[in-house]
Design a protein around this ligand. Sequence first.
Ligand SMILES: [Zn+2]
Ligand SMILES: [Zn+2]
Length: 157
Amino acid sequence: MVEDKYRLSRHFMATEFRCRCGKCELSNPDEILVRINPILIDKLEMVREFIQVPMMITSGARCTEKQISIYKQRYGEYWADYTRWDSKHLVNKSGKFEACDIICKYNLWDVAMISARIGFNGIIWYQKQTLESLVDDCLHIDVAERLFFDRRIRPRR
Ligand SMILES: [Zn+2]
Ligand SMILES: [Zn+2]
């Protein structure tokens, strides 16, 4: 077997985490090798080993342009109200991105709970509107360290 330099773990390749804009630095899998937080891969592989079902990465690293286009698609004219600039898909101050969105043929609730147990810090369940109803879209999971505050508290930095 030829050793692939883009292999990150048993089931995941750097190419799967490329920015989908196809134009920025992060669209290059060589850049993904440097920019991905290795803890993300370790934990993702643990989820994959647990469920024993193929997982598809629908979004990994993102540049600013891609971040905006995703939120425009998701929230239409209200995109600016929803776009997250602290998204863990964006490269952080330490030069790493720490999130991915996944889909798989496995109960999404169960995948979310397994991810929580394995130690993902941020888990967001996304749905999308079809003509008939809201349907599951993807599960966002990230390993960024964070703290949520009561909205009345102004965090000291
Ligand atoms: Zn991009
Ligand atoms: Zn996400």
